[in-house]
Design a protein around this ligand. Structure first.
Ligand code: NAD
Length: 497
């Protein structure tokens, strides 16, 4: 059983801790590795390494930084398959989906390759006689990223390529459930020519996270994970005077109107609910079927859900893999049970699924629960598994009101052929990312990603222009080079011209 160590200052180290956490292969249910859990001293070592590296990296020219980014892009692109295999073995998702995640991360690296353009300041000539004003942005220092299990490569890549391109150094604390992808990516940064100490990985749990939040040497925290932890991170990091963006959980609704194309909608809903076993923050976990859309939709989605091929992520025939841990499987199955007890109708039941040859794997089959009421646990809880809850509504306004009364506001979608209804939806719904006949409206890397309400704490969304803004701060310079032959014109009045 391999031990997964920290990557600090360009070296692997086990650090000072004796604490370890098991890393499972969700398809077999077997422990395959253990990961070291950092102490406060280990985190301090990583922050110190990053602080030392900041002195020279923050002074590296734009050309030098861009060259490293382009090299990194080439290396990640060449190793998509390797990274996907690492992800699949620890997360459980199927290989094609894992490769898709790396591809989306790659797009953020490509965005960050354009950093000279993104960091261009502004210049105003002759704002007053002989006076010019210009602005530029500088890096913050040591930035930290704390990331969830569900996208072990992509979510960290929402952060570190942008932070590093801006001239910061970075300490990543990935999920302890699937930590290996981060160490692999650290090796690619080094191969790309990134100086040691600019990118560091510390593994750990709450102790490591708290050490980062408390550390005076950390300037900014980017967090992605569940809402209770996002709220905690935002409060604690803000109180410590750090810049913080904390993206939380989700409960994404898709409204289906009677005028939507049934085959198109059912296919896309099935994919959006069960892809990656529903362990996506942009998964559609709730369908809101309006009026006559409900019954035919339920018939078709139930058939398609039953046909999803569930199996180990490494098997190319599998369309959906296991969930991440045995605890996740138990929690999901118990929530399905509570829905049934509270009066919802389980049309397709994924509980108790076993896959021949993988009897100990953490598999839950696609599940469709109809007639869900907003008071039920299956509606109020973020299930984070392959479960589609279906609420019935009588019209589009009732459906929009339901979405707006939900505490989360990450993503949402509408299926319709009515431009008028779609426009009413896009203007009326209080959610950060909106799809129109697009069930998972993840913005491209050159836009910014983020939800509203309890899905994001902090002001700035992640990657894209807001990512560059988050990882830099502006200086505005007012400059005058007086002609020495003219007499001094200083006065006590406010200058006006
Ligand atoms: P999580 O909140 O349990 O863990 C996220 C990170 O926080 C991990 O690195 C973990 O080690 C750390 N952590 C856990 N408990 C902590 C504690 N008590 N104190 C300090 N740190 C702690 O989330 P998860 O289960 O790994 O990921 C799934 C969640 O992430 C879901 O809620 C999902 O919606 C959310 N998510 C959101 C987005 C988004 O963009 N909004 C994207 C991906 C995942």
């Amino acid at each position: 059983m391999a031990t997964i160590e920290h990557w600090i200052g360009g070296q692997f180290t086990a650090g000072a801790s004796t604490r370890r956490s098991p890393v499972f292969n969700p398809a077999t249910g077997q422990r395959q590795h253990e990961v070291v859990l950092a102490t406060t001293a280990d985190v301090d070592a990583a922050v110190q390494a990053a602080a030392t590296a900041f002195e020279s990296w923050s002074q590296a020219s734009l050309s030098a930084r861009t060259k490293v980014l382009f090299n990194f892009r080439e290396l990640v692109n060449a190793r998509v398959k390797d990274i996907a295999e690492i992800i699949s073995d620890e997360h459980g998702k199927v290989l094609s989906d894992a490769a898709g995640e790396v591809q989306r991360g790659l797009e953020v690296i490509e965005f960050a390759c354009g950093i000279p353009q993104l960091l261009k300041g502004s210049y105003s000539d002759q704002v007053s006689t002989g006076v010019d004003v210009f602005s530029f942005r500088e890096p913050l220092g040591v930035c930290a990223g704390i990331t969830p299990f569900n996208f072990p490569a992509m979510v960290p890549m929402w952060m570190h390529p942008v932070a590093i391109a801006c001239g910061n150094t970075f300490v990543l604390k990935p999920s302890e459930r699937d930590p290996s992808a981060s160490n692999y990516v650290a090796g690619l940064w080094r191969e790309a020519g990134l100086p040691d100490g600019v990118f560091n990985v510390v593994h750990g749990d709450k102790e490591a996270v708290d050490a980062l939040l408390d550390h005076a040497g950390v300037a900014a925290i980017s967090f992605v994970g569940s809402t209770p932890i996002a709220r905690y991170i935002h409060q604690k990091a803000s109180a410590a005077g750090k810049r913080v963006q904390a993206l939380g959980g989700a409960k994404n609704h898709a409204i289906v109107l009677p005028d939507a194309d049934l085959d198109f909608t059912a296919g896309h809903l099935t994919a959006a609910a069960f892809g990656s076993a529903g362990e996506r923050c942009m998964a559609i976990s709730t369908a809101v079927a309006v009026g006559a859309a409900g019954d035919p939709l339920m018939e078709q989605v139930s058939r398609m859900a039953s046909e999803v091929i569930v199996g180990p992520g490494r098997d190319p025939r599998s369309e959906m893999g296991p969930v991440v841990t045995s605890a996740a499987k138990q929690r999901i199955e118990s929530l399905i049970g509570s829905g049934e007890q509270q009066g919802a109708k389980v049309l397709v039941d994924g509980r108790g699924l076993t896959i021949p040859g993988h009897e100990e794997g953490f598999f839950v089959g696609p599940t469709v629960i109809d007639q869900v009421q907003p008071s039920m646990d299956v509606y109020t809880e973020e299930i984070f598994g392959p479960v589609l809850s279906v609420v019935r509504a009588s019209d589009v306004d009732e459906a929009i009101a339901l979405i707006n009364s939900n505490p989360y506001g990450n993503g949402t979608a509408i299926f319709t052929s009515s431009g008028e209804a779609a426009r009413r939806f896009q203007r009326g719904v209080r959610v950060g990312m909106i799809g129109i006949n697009v069930p998972i409206p993840v913005p491209m890397a050159y836009y910014s990603f983020g939800g509203w309400k309890d899905s994001l704490f902090g002001e700035q969304h992640i990657h894209g222009p807001e990512g560059v803004s988050f990882y830099t701060r502006a200086k505005v310079i007012t400059s005058r080079w007086p002609h020495v032959t003219t007499p001094a014109d200083a006065s006590l009045h406010f200058p006006t011209a």
